[in-house]
Design a protein around this ligand. Structure first.
Ligand SMILES: *Cc1c(COP(=O)(O)O)cnc(C)c1O
Length: 397
């Protein structure tokens, strides 16, 4: 308790009040409302000229952006400014901005999908907001009302709706970002921040069919550690992985399998959560994925696959740590059925081999055509594109 009391003065006034259980409930709504921007205050400046939309079949991830962007500035003294939608443009930043020096930066990744009914949908955006607010706290940036932010994003998407590809495979990638903008070299809580959203039309992840990937598993590199920030989408987690990704490509692999600990636990694949479908040591069919123990980014795709599989109730579904030794033993016993990554970009991505300790382990994911991986792909994209009705989607318009 002493530790809690001592650290209380370091928390924002909002957090201090929220920690006081007795008035927490009464104040929650009031605080949320008074300490956030509101979608109804949006100011809109439309672009004078709209750019030609790219061919949905020739999109390269993250290279093209829509005509408009959303920005919302915050200052410690004046609070949140009114949200602004304006033509896509460069920022002007103080060269000492904390985002540039200390990675006071976090982001989200989500998509808007155009259905065959021409309606545009978002997939479980409230879960992205929950995660974004956690990352925001971890970066000591100011909190806001996630529902209001979703409303602002919907407005932006509706203004740029022609940028949502007319396609059942291409989508509009949404990149909400929050950066510290205070121009001061002190490693301190930012006194200014900028929340913004940019939109980028993206093509199908598998343009030539369901292509399995080969992974480099090299235990000398780790992505995250216990007590660290691997479970938050902070920019600082990603820059340092680029070199290892290049190393993977050099060794003939497409992605990195991130191991952890002396027992070489499997944690994530690139920027995807990892799943293994196997017959466990007891001979039961089981879907396993590592638990949210601080190392793992809590993926919305991960959660959705777990929800679907538990709902089907056809095999065991378990969140637990598993190691390379277990995978190798199960491969030897022919008990591994499928291994795949899961994330917003690809939905699911089958794995057909792992380069580990100089040895290539063949994973039989595609042996029977990856039936479970494919079923997840179909079920989730059917929901996202509105072919299966679901309360997981929000209609934008
Ligand atoms: C974003 C991300 C994921 C996937 O999360 P989704 O919400 O499913 O897109 C998984 N692992 C890492 C490291 C990530 O950054």
């Amino acid at each position: 308790m002493a530790a809690v009391r001592l650290s209380n003065h370091l928390l924002s006034p909002t957090r201090q009040i929220l920690q006081n259980g007795s008035i927490r409930l009464a104040c929650l709504n009031l605080l949320r409302n008074s300490s956030s921007f509101k979608a109804e205050d949006i100011e809109i400046e439309l672009a004078k000229e709209l750019r030609a939309k790219p061919d949905p079949d020739k999109l390269v991830f993250g290279k093209e952006f829509s005509d408009h962007m959303l920005t919302i500035a915050w200052n410690k003294e004046t609070g949140w400014a009114k949200p602004q939608i304006k033509p896509f443009q460069n920022f002007s930043l103080h060269p000492a901005a904390s985002a540039l020096h200390y990675s006071v930066e976090l982001f989200e990744g989500m998509k808007a999908y155009r259905g065959e009914d021409n309606k545009i949908r978002m997939f479980r955006p409230e879960m992205n907001m929950k995660r974004m607010l956690r990352s925001t706290q971890r970066a000591s940036l100011p909190e806001f009302d996630g529902d209001e932010f979703i409303k602002c994003m919907k407005k932006l998407i509706s203004i740029d709706k022609e940028w949502v590809p007319y396609s059942t495979t291409s989508t509009l990638y949404i990149r909400p970002t929050h950066i510290g903008t205070t121009g001061s070299l002190g490693v301190n809580t930012a006194a200014d921040s900028l929340l913004f959203v940019i939109l980028s039309p993206v093509g199908p992840y598998f343009p030539t069919g369901f292509n399995p990937v080969k992974l480099l598993a090299d235990p000398q590199y780790i992505r995250a550690f216990k007590g660290g920030v691997g479970d938050s989408k902070l920019g600082g987690n990603y820059g340092p992985t680029i070199m290892i990704q290049q190393e993977a490509v050099k060794q003939g692999c497409q992605q990195v399998l991130w191991l952890y600990g002396d027992d070489h636990q499997l944690t994530e694949v690139g920027t995807m959560n990892i799943f293994m479908f196997w017959k466990n040591a007891q001979g039961e069919r089981e879907l396993v994925t590592p638990p949210l123990d601080g190392l793992i980014l809590p993926g919305i795709t991960r959660k959705s696959l777990l929800d679907l599989a538990r709902d089907w109730n056809e095999f065991k579904v378990t969140e637990r740590t598993f190691t390379m030794a277990e995978v190798m033993k199960a491969l030897k016993d022919k008990r591994v059925l499928e291994i795949f990554g899961a994330g917003t970009a690809c939905v699911v991505c089958p794995v057909d081999s792992i380069l580990y300790g100089g040895q290539t382990l063949e994973i039989p994911t595609m042996a029977e055509g990856a039936p479970l991986t494919k079923r997840f792909m179909k079920e989730l994209t059917d929901i996202q594109f509105g072919r299966t009705p679901s309360n997981w989607v929000h209609i934008v318009e």
